[in-house]
Design a protein around this ligand. Structure first.
Ligand SMILES: Nc1ncnc2c1ncn2[C@@H]1O[C@H](COP(=O)(O)OP(=O)(O)OP(=O)(O)O)[C@@H](O)[C@H]1O
Ligand SMILES: [Mg+2]
Length: 643
C-alpha cells in the first residue's frame, strides 16, 4: 500500500543512486581526492533513507561503501578491501534507522491526513444535519403560526422570535433586551397586562412545570386573543430560572366559542319560547271560544235586562271583564304567532317616525329623544301595525328604564350583513336589512332578567304597570318576518336593542303632503270602535297623540249603548266595519239616527270602490283603509270635523 504522495519504488532507488552520485560529485569538485569524504557519504545515505525509506537507505549505504575507498587517500589499494565491513555496517545502520524513522513519519502523516479528512467530513455532515433540523424547526414554527421565546427569569433577559413580534403587532426592527422592554411596546387590552403579570408572578412562585394563559392585545383597532404556553425550568430549590414558551393567536377559536355559546343560549331560549307559545296559544285559542260564548250570551242577556236594574249592572261587569279577557287573549295569540299579520310592503321609516311622534306627546319630564332615521324608502314585507308595536314597546320599555330621565336614542339605517351571526334572539342570515336601534341611558338589565325578558308574562314591573308581554310580542313579530334582535346592556349605563328587519325593495316615495306636520285636534271627543283590542289601543293612542280625547270600545254593542246614553257626548265616531254582533254599517245607521250631523269615519281592511260607495250611502263621511296610519287618520278627522 502506497501512501498518498509517496514516490514509486524505482524513483526511490534512483534517488538513492542520485544521492550517492551527488556526494561523489561534490567531493570531487569541492574537496579533491585527498580528503576523507566519509561525512559527505553519510549525508548521502541519510538523505536517501529520509526521502526514500529503508530499502533505498540500505542501497545507498552499499553504494557508498563500494564507492568510498576510491576517494580516500589513506593508502588503500584500489578495491583492496572491497568490503570494508565496518563502514558498510555504519552506513547500513544509519540508512536503515533513518529510513525506518522516515517511513514511520510518512505513515503517521498519512494517517493524520486521513483522520483529519474524516473529521472534516463528519463536521460538514453534522453542520448540514443541524441546518436542516433548524430549517425544519423554523418551518414547523411557521406552519403552526406560533412564535417562540425564551426568558431568563432572574435577569429578565428575553429572546423572542420575529413571529412573536408579529403577533404582538410590534415592528421587527424594534430593539429590546428584557421582557419589560418588549412588553412596554405592546398595546394590551385595558386590564389584561395587569392580569397577565399577576398570573405570571403566581405561576413562577408556585411549583408548576407548565402553564397556559390567554389574554388580549390591541392590534390596529382590532382586539386579538393570544395564548402563551410555557415550560418553566427551576433549580434544585424550585426557584424558577428560565422559561421557554410559544405564543399563538387564538382569536378565531375564541370567536367561535363565543358564537357557539350564544347560539346554544339562543337555542334554549327559542325552545322555551316555542313551548310556551304553543301552550299559551293553545290555551288562548280555547279560552277565546269560551269568552266568545260568555260575551255572546252576555250581549243577549243585556238586551233583556232593563236599565238601572241590579241584573243590568252585574251583566255589564261580566261584559267588561270578558272584554279585558279578550284583550289579553289577543296579545297572547299575537305572541304565540297564531295571529299572522298582513304581508304588505311597509315603509318602515314612516312607521317609526309616526310612532315617535305619538310617543313624543306624553314623554315624562327629563327624557330627551335623539333620532337618526336614515332608512329612506326602504321597505319590509309585513304588517305596519306590528312594526308600530315593535317601536312602541321598545321605546316604552326604554322610557320606563329611565325613571330619573335620560336620553332615548332611536336610529334606523340600512345594512348589508355579510356573514351569518347569532343574535340574542334568532340567527341572522346574510343579506340586506333595515336596522332599528332603540337605546336608553337607563338602568341596564341584570343577567337573570336578561335570560328571561322575552318570556311571555315575565315582568319586573309592579302588578298593573307591566303585563310582561311587550318583549314577547316584539320577539314574535320580528322572528315571524325573518328578522333577529340583538341586545347589549350594561348595568347602570343603559341598554340597546338592535332589531334587524329584512329589507325588501323600496316603498313609494313620500309625497310633499307627507312632509307637512300632521293636522291636530283640539280635544274633540272621538268614539272608537274595533273588535281588536290592539287596534283600539293603537287608534286611541294615536288620537291622544294628535290632541283628541278618544274613548275606545272593543264591543260594538257597548259602544252603541254608550253613544245612545249621550248622543251629544261625542264629536266624531271612528268605527271598524267587520265586527261580530253589531257591524260597522249597523253602527253608522244607528249613530246617524241619533245624531244626524256627527262626522263618522269607517275603517276597513277591504276598501274597494263598492264598499266606499255603500258606506257613504249609509252615512259615513270618510272611509279609511286599515292598517291605520296616523297621517291618514289625522287628515281624515281634520277634514270631516271642519265640515
Ligand atoms: N330597556 C330596558 N331597560 C331595562 N330593562 C328592560 C328594558 N326593556 C325590558 N326590560 C326588562 O324586561 C322586562 C320585560 O319587558 P316586557 O316589555 O316584556 O314587559 P314589561 O315592560 O314589563 O310589560 P309590558 O310591556 O307588557 O307593559 C321588563 O319588566 C324589564 O325588567
Ligand atoms: Mg314593555
Amino acid at each position: 500500500m502506497t501512501a498518498r504522495g509517496t514516490p514509486t519504488i524505482a524513483l526511490r532507488y534512483a534517488l538513492a543512486v542520485g544521492c550517492v552520485a551527488a556526494a561523489v560529485l561534490l567531493h570531487i569538485s569541492l574537496a579533491g581526492p585527498h580528503l576523507d569524504p566519509t561525512g559527505l557519504f553519510v549525508l548521502a545515505v541519510v538523505a536517501a533513507a529520509w526521502f526514500g525509506g529503508v530499502g533505498p537507505g540500505l542501497f545507498a549505504a552499499l553504494l557508498a561503501t563500494l564507492a568510498l575507498p576510491q576517494f580516500v587517500a589513506m593508502g588503500y589499494p584500489p578495491l583492496a578491501d572491497v568490503f570494508d565491513l565496518l563502514r558498510f555496517i555504519t552506513f547500513g545502520i544509519t540508512g536503515a534507522a533513518v529510513g525506518w524513522g522516515s517511513a514511520r513519519r510518512r505513515l503517521a502523516e498519512a494517517a493524520l491526513r486521513d483522520t483529519r479528512a474524516g473529521l472534516e467530513a463528519a463536521v460538514a455532515e453534522r453542520t448540514a444535519a443541524l441546518r436542516e433540523s433548524e430549517e425544519r424547526y423554523a418551518l414547523a414554527m411557521e406552519a403552526s403560526e406560533e412564535g417562540h421565546f425564551e426568558w431568563n427569569v432572574i435577569t429578565d433577559e428575553m429572546f423572542a422570535s420575529d413571529h412573536v413580534k408579529q403577533l404582538f403587532g410590534v415592528s421587527a426592527e424594534v430593539e429590546y433586551r428584557t421582557r419589560s422592554e418588549l412588553a412596554a411596546r405592546v398595546r394590551f387590552y385595558p386590564g389584561d397586562w395587569e392580569r397577565l403579570d399577576e398570573m405570571t408572578r403566581l405561576v413562577l412562585g408556585g411549583t408548576a412545570q407548565h402553564d397556559e394563559f390567554e389574554y388580549r392585545i390591541l392590534r390596529g383597532d382590532e382586539v386579538r386573543w393570544l395564548r402563551r404556553r410555557w415550560k418553566i425550568f427551576r433549580d434544585a430549590d424550585g426557584v424558577a430560572q428560565r422559561v421557554i414558551g410559544v405564543l399563538s393567536d387564538v382569536t378565531d377559536r375564541k370567536r367561535f366559542e363565543e358564537e357557539l355559546r350564544r347560539s346554544e343560549q339562543e337555542l334554549r331560549r327559542a325552545q322555551r319560547l316555542e313551548s310556551m307559545g304553543t301552550l299559551a296559544g293553545g290555551i288562548a285559542h280555547d279560552f277565546n271560544n269560551i269568552l266568545g260564548a260568555i260575551l255572546g250570551y252576555g250581549e243577549m242577556a243585556l238586551r233583556g235586562a232593563k236599565e238601572g236594574t241590579r241584573l243590568r249592572r252585574d251583566l255589564d261587569a261580566i261584559m267588561s271583564a270578558g272584554e279585558r279577557g279578550r284583550a289579553l287573549v289577543d296579545r297572547v295569540l299575537a305572541f304565540s304567532r297564531s295571529a299572522v299579520g298582513e304581508r304588505i310592503p311597509v315603509h318602515v321609516e314612516a312607521v317609526v317616525r309616526e310612532a315617535l311622534d305619538l310617543l313624543a306627546g306624553d314623554l315624562p319630564e327629563g327624557i330627551r329623544v335623539r333620532t337618526e332615521l336614515r332608512g329612506g324608502h326602504a321597505a319590509m314585507l309585513g304588517d305596519p301595525t306590528q312594526v308600530h308595536q315593535v317601536v312602541m314597546n321598545l321605546a316604552t320599555n326604554a322610557v320606563h328604564a329611565m325613571p330619573k330621565g335620560g336620553v332615548l336614542r332611536v336610529s334606523l339605517e340600512r345594512q348589508h350583513v355579510e356573514a351569518a351571526r347569532t343574535m340574542t334572539v334568532g340567527a341572522l342570515a346574510p343579506g340586506r336589512y333595515l336596522v332599528l336601534k332603540v337605546a336608553d341611558s337607563g338602568s341596564g338589565i341584570r343577567a337573570d332578567v336578561f335570560e328571561r325578558m322575552f318570556d311571555p308574562f315575565f315582568t319586573t314591573k309592579e302588578v298593573g304597570v307591566g303585563s310582561g308581554l311587550g318583549l314577547s310580542l316584539v320577539h314574535g313579530i320580528v322572528t315571524n318576518v325573518g328578522g333577529a334582535i340583538d341586545v347589549a346592556t350594561e348595568l347602570g349605563k343603559g341598554t340597546k336593542f338592535t332589531v334587524y328587519l329584512p329589507h325588501s325593495g323600496e316603498a313609494p316615495g313620500r309625497t310633499a303632503d307627507e312632509k307637512r306636520p300632521l293636522p291636530r285636534g283640539a280635544g274633540q271627543r272621538v268614539l272608537v270602535v274595533d273588535d281588536e283590542e290592539p287596534l283600539v289601543r293603537l287608534a286611541t293612542e294615536t288620537l291622544e297623540g294628535l290632541g283628541y280625547a278618544p274613548t275606545g270600545f272593543t264591543s260594538s254593542a257597548n259602544a252603541l249603548e254608550a253613544f245612545g246614553a249621550d248622543p251629544k257626548g261625542f264629536d266624531a265616531v271612528l268605527t271598524d266595519e267587520r265586527m261580530p254582533g253589531v257591524t260597522g254599517s249597523n253602527i253608522i245607521r244607528e249613530v246617524r239616527r241619533l245624531n244626524p250631523s256627527i262626522p263618522i269615519v269607517l275603517m276597513s281592511g277591504f276598501v274597494g270602490a263598492a264598499t266606499a260607495l255603500k258606506a257613504r250611502e249609509l252615512g259615513a263621511n270618510d272611509v279609511l283603509k286599515k292598517p291605520l296610519l296616523a297621517r291618514e287618520l289625522a287628515t281624515s278627522l281634520a277634514r270631516v270635523l271642519r265640515h
